[in-house]
Design a protein around this ligand. Structure first.
Ligand code: GSH
Length: 227
């Protein structure tokens, strides 16, 4: 049985966006059953967790009997898709290379910049810093032109490229950065309406809703830091 590590609780702005939703999503797409292991902060930050599961004390992690655990949401999505032979073209094809390219571009070039913008928007009052978000909006416009009006980023069907980019752009949507890019926003809505994603997000939200901030036991982390 596959086990996906997910957070017991997250603040409302993060519900539906915690990265385990990507793992739940690809598993739903390929139809592999899984169970979820909900963890709190002290568990995630424990030496046992970082030694055995995720060296940075984060999630998601995919555990499966008979295999070493896999961390990094992108690695897990790709590993599942390749092993299942679903949502990605065959090895050695140009479409496989293009899908890898878009997944890595999303994780390496788009997501970090979006998080920088989010930091500015949520935590900085400085007007100059806020204006610095402008190049990012242009970056997203390039993403839109790369899709060139097609339904999918790669080939003629849904792939991990669409999954990863639509997932990453959830932050852009939240920051209203897609308001000026209605075609990209409409594409994202279509991708996120896939039943496999809807179920993944609903399940994550339900797990979070069953818990409160107290369940994360951040206080235990704080007292450990003091000792
Ligand atoms: N690059 C990693 C990022 C993992 C990550 O930042 N996970 C967040 C949840 S979305 C986390 O574990 N945050 C808790 C923490 O850092 O303490 C991935 O894609 O899996």
């Amino acid at each position: 049985m596959i086990t996906v590590t997910a957070m017991k609780w997250a603040p409302p702005f993060a519900a539906g966006q915690v990265r385990d939703h990507r793992v739940r999503w690809i598993l739903n797409e390929v139809g592999w059953p899984y169970q979820v292991r909900l963890v709190d902060a002290p568990t995630m930050k424990s030496a046992a967790y970082s030694r055995g599961l995720q060296p940075f004390g984060q999630l998601p992690v995919l555990e499966e009997e008979g295999r070493p655990p896999v961390f990094e949401s992108g690695a897990i999505v790709l590993d599942v898709a390749m092993r299942a032979g679903r949502c990605i073209a065959a090895e050695g094809t140009p479409e496989r290379a293009a899908a890898l390219q878009w997944v890595i571009a999303g994780l390496n070039s788009v997501e970090p910049m979006l998080f920088n913008v989010a930091e500015v928007e949520y935590f900085m009052d400085d007007e100059d810093a806020r204006r610095a978000r402008r190049p990012m909006v242009v970056g997203l416009a390039m993403l839109e032109s790369a899709r060139a009006g097609r339904d999918w980023f790669v080939g003629d069907g849904f792939t991990v490229a669409d999954l990863m980019l639509a997932s990453i752009l959830k932050v852009a949507d939240r920051l209203a950065l897609l308001d000026e890019l209605p075609a990209l926003a409409a594409w994202q809505r279509t991708i996120l309406a896939r039943p496999a994603h809807v179920r993944a997000e609903q399940d994550q939200r339900a797990d979070i809703a069953r818990h409160t901030v107290e369940d994360m036991r951040y206080d235990a982390l704080a007292s450990e830091a003091r000792t």
